[in-house]
Design a protein around this ligand. Structure first.
Ligand SMILES: [Zn+2]
Length: 306
């Protein structure tokens, strides 16, 4: 059934040369919020969009150009549910809205009842990006327990930030509790143990915690990892070495393409190129990473809008 779903979903490639892609790591900003004119760390390029609405339009244009048929988007500034919901309302066939949650003093966790309602009504599809690390916490901490129980009960996938953050982030007023050590994927093991039916995605694939990422993916086959940010912000050789090690460890069916483009719509294309240029991957492995693994993880079905 799942295989059939993958085949049917793969069908619309006729309009473009590139096979369909799912981007599981996108970020939305409120429509009227200014997009800061910060240079893209990968190539010095500028966002080229003035506010959240222009950013959304540019991202949708990039998705169309690159044949990205689905994207999972959560709030990129603070943890606003509204921005992601605006995206999915604007492009319901293309965008799945995620509940970006943190749990720090300035960005408290959302009201549980409101989340239950939004998940039950299908307006929100994913619990994440969970940026526990930015609040000085991990997914195993008690603060998240009722949220994980809710996700497990409603069979909603969870996507959690792992690995590192922007250099220097722990000195920033926003994120004084951020610690790089809290990004170690091994630290979510208690949460996984308490919730055996929970589907969890390790965002940023735990880089640079390679051994721990392998250990968690190996031991908990319901866990997947996305390649967001590391596929375009790391030196290409380092990204390919990391990706190659995960694939060599036999984990190619648990890796999903994600861009984490943030302010820069062009980051999506750079991320696609990061994976496409991995010559050590077979065509089938690329198809899994770009598309098939996400269809399975998010249980996407043909004939259902999202
Ligand atoms: Zn992240």
């Amino acid at each position: 059934m799942i295989l059939l779903a993958a085949v049917l979903l793969a069908a619309p490639a006729a309009t473009t040369e590139r096979a369909p892609i799912i981007d599981v790591h996108m970020h939305a900003y409120p429509a009227t919020e200014a997009i800061p004119d910060i240079a893209n760390p990968a190539n010095g390029g500028h966002p080229g969009v003035k506010d959240g609405e222009a950013h959304l339009r540019a991202v949708l244009a990039e998705m169309k150009r690159l044949n990205i048929v689905k994207g999972v988007a959560s709030g990129g500034s603070g943890d606003r549910l509204g921005a992601a919901l605006h995206w999915s309302a604007t492009a319901p066939d293309r965008i799945l809205a995620g509940a970006g949650v943190r749990g720090s003093a300035d960005t408290p966790l959302p009201e549980l009842g409101a989340l239950r309602k939004a998940f039950s009504e299908g307006r929100l599809k994913v619990l994440g990006e969970v940026t526990a690390q930015y609040a000085g916490l991990t997914l195993s901490d008690a603060e998240y327990e009722p949220y994980l129980a809710l996700a497990e009960e409603l069979d909603v996938p969870v996507a959690v930030h792992t690995g590192t953050g922007p250099p220097g982030i722990s000195y920033d007023e926003c994120c004084r509790s951020f610690r790089v050590s809290l990004g170690n994927p091994a630290l979510i093991e208690e949460a996984l143990n308490r919730h055996p039916k929970l589907r969890v995605s390790l965002m940023h694939a735990g880089w640079p915690y390679l051994q721990e990422t392998i250990a968690i993916l190996f031991e908990y086959p319901q866990v997947n990892a996305d390649l967001g940010a590391i596929d375009w912000l790391l030196p290409r050789a380092e990204f390919h070495a990391y990706l190659g090690a995960l694939v060599r460890a036999g984990l190619g069916k648990q890796l999903m393409f994600g861009s984490d483009h943030m302010y820069w719509p062009e980051g999506i294309g750079l991320a696609v190129e990061g994976v496409e240029s991995a010559t050590f991957l077979t065509a089938e492995q690329k198809r899994d990473i770009f598309y098939g693994n996400a269809v399975r993880f998010f249980r996407l079905e043909p004939g259902r809008p999202n």
